[in-house]
Design a protein. Structure first.
Length: 83
């Protein structure tokens, strides 16, 4: 059974459609996931950033965000950036 799906280098409309139709959408701290989250009918997990959450979204506790910061930083260092 598939537990999650990562989409890399796909058409934007396909990625957003998949995000909108997801049972659970885990938002990133970016505007990219905002549009699909607003249109989503599933559960939305919101990580605090400059856009405010909608009332029905589940907000990730700031203590959890702080506790995973070292892993996120390590992942960012190892991810290749497109040029």
């Amino acid at each position: 059974q598939e537990k999650f799906r990562l989409n890399f280098e796909r058409n934007l409309s396909l990625v957003w459609t998949a995000m909108i139709n997801a049972d659970v959408l885990v938002m990133s701290r970016s505007s990219f996931s905002l549009v699909p989250a607003v249109l989503s009918r599933g559960t939305v997990l919101y990580t605090p950033f400059w856009h405010k959450p909608l009332p029905h979204w589940r907000v990730v506790d700031e203590d959890i965000v702080k506790s995973i910061a070292p892993e996120v930083n390590q992942l960012n260092r190892h991810c290749k950036k497109k040029t």
